[in-house]
Design a binder for this molecule. Structure first.
Ligand SMILES: C[S@@+](CC[C@H](N)C(=O)[O-])C[C@H]1O[C@@H](n2cnc3c(N)ncnc32)[C@H](O)[C@@H]1O
Length: 305
C-alpha cells in the first residue's frame, strides 16, 4: 500500500502516516537495511562532496540517520582526538533490527540464573535506556571501575555520550584504564561526588541518568531532590536509581512515611514512591528487587512532562 492509500484507509491525514513510518524506522520496527557502520562509512567517503539529504537518498535512509551518524562521528573524534567511531564499533552493531526487542536484550541471561541478581538489574537499566524515546544525547552515570552498563548501552545505541563520576580515587583510576582500553564515549570523567555534577547541570541537559548508587536512601535523597527540582533529564528520559533496603529507620524514611501503616518490609519502596510523587512530571515506571550481597532495589522513574 502507498502512504496515500494507508491514509485514506485509516481516514487520517497523510502527514500522520509519514510521521508514524518515520518513528517506526527510528525505533527499529521498520528496517531500511542499513547499519550504523554502513551509514558512517558512506559519510566518511562522501560527506565532503554531498549534502546530508543527498546522502540520505543515496543510502535510502531517513535524513535523521545521516545526521545522527555525523554527530556520532564528530563526537567520537572530539573525545579522544584521533579515532573515529567506525574504528570502535563492532561490525554487527545495527540500529535497524527488529530483533532488538526487550526479549532480545534479555536473551543471553538465563531467567533462573539472573532473576534476582545484579546482572538482571543492569539489564533492566540498559533496556530502559535503549528502548526509551530518547536515543541520543548525554547520560550521567556511576560506572564504577568496569563501566558494564555504559558499555552495553554504547554497543546498542552509539549516539549517547556520558558524564560520569566516581568518588573513590582508586576506583576512579581503574575506570580511567577501562575507558582507555574500551574507548568509551565519556565526555567527562570526574573524581568527585555525583552531587557536584548534578549541582552544575542545567535543565534538560541529560537524556538519562543512571544512578547506580547502591547506597541507602538517606544518603542520596538530596541528590535526587536536586535532579527532580532542576528537571535535568529531558521529557521521555529515565532516571534509574539503585539503593540498599537493608535499613528502614532514617530521617528520610520516617518523614516520608508519617501516615503510613502496615508497610512492614516495604518501607524503602513506599518511601521512594511517595518521594517521587512530590515532584510534578515524574512517574515510577518499573521496580525490581534483587540481591547484591544485601537486599537492594532498582527503581526506574520517567520524566513524563
Ligand atoms: C554500585 S557501584 C556502580 C556499579 C556499576 N554501575 C556496575 O554496574 O557495575 C557504585 C559506584 O559509584 C561510586 N559512588 C557511590 N556513590 C557515589 C556518589 N555519590 N558520587 C560518586 N560516586 C559514587 C562507588 O564508589 C562505586 O564505585
Amino acid at each position: 500500500m502507498t502512504v496515500n492509500e494507508i491514509a485514506e484507509t485509516l481516514n487520517v491525514p497523510i502527514r500522520k502516516v509519514t510521521y508514524t513510518i518515520g518513528a517506526l524506522k527510528r525505533c527499529g520496527k521498520i528496517s531500511d537495511g542499513k547499519t550504523v557502520v554502513d551509514i558512517q562509512e558512506f559519510v566518511l567517503q562522501n560527506g565532503k562532496n554531498m549534502t546530508n539529504d543527498k546522502m540520505a537518498s543515496a543510502l535510502g535512509v531517513e535524513q535523521i540517520r545521516v545526521s545522527a551518524a555525523i554527530a556520532a562521528l564528530k563526537r567520537a573524534k572530539k573525545i579522544d582526538g584521533f579515532y573515529l567511531l567506525t574504528d570502535i564499533l563492532p561490525k554487527q552493531v545495527e540500529i535497524k533490527t527488529e530483533k532488538r526487542g526487550r526479549k532480545a536484550v534479555f536473551a543471553h541471561i538465563s531467567e533462573s540464573k539472573a532473576r534476582k541478581g545484579k546482572a538482571y538489574a543492569r539489564e533492566i537499566m540498559v533496556a530502559e535506556v535503549v528502548h526509551s524515546e530518547i536515543k541520543s544525547g548525554k547520560i550521567m552515570s556511576l560506572p564504577a571501575s568496569q563501566a558494564t552498563i555504559e558499555r552495553k548501552i554504547y554497543r546498542s545505541c552509539p549516539f549517547f555520550s556520558f558524564d560520569v563520576a566516581e568518588m573513590d580515587t582508586n576506583v576512579f583510576f581503574k575506570l580511567l584504564e577501562t575507558t582507555k582500553k574500551e574507548r568509551l564515549p565519556f565526555a567527562s570523567i570526574s573524581n568527585c561526588k555525583i552531587e557536584t555534577l548534578i549541582e552544575k547541570s542545567k535543565k534538560d541537559e541529560y537524556a538519562h541518568l543512571i544512578l547506580d548508587y547502591c547506597a541507602n536512601l538517606q544518603t542520596i535523597y538530596k541528590d535526587l531532590e536536586n535532579v527532580f527540582k532542576k528537571d535535568i533529564v529531558q521529557v521521555g528520559g529515565v532516571i534509574a536509581v539503585t539503593f540498599s533496603v537493608r535499613h528502614s529507620n532514617s530521617y528520610f524514611i520516617e518523614t516520608m512515611l508519617k501516615n503510613e501503616i502496615d508497610i512492614k518490609g516495604k518501607k524503602n519502596k513506599v518511601a521512594f514512591e511517595k518521594f517521587v510523587k512530590q515532584f510534578c512530571g515524574y512517574e515510577v515506571i518499573r521496580e525490581f528487587s534483587y540481591r547484591d550481597g544485601t537486599p537492594m532495589m532498582l527503581i526506574i522513574v520517567k520524566r513524563i512532562k
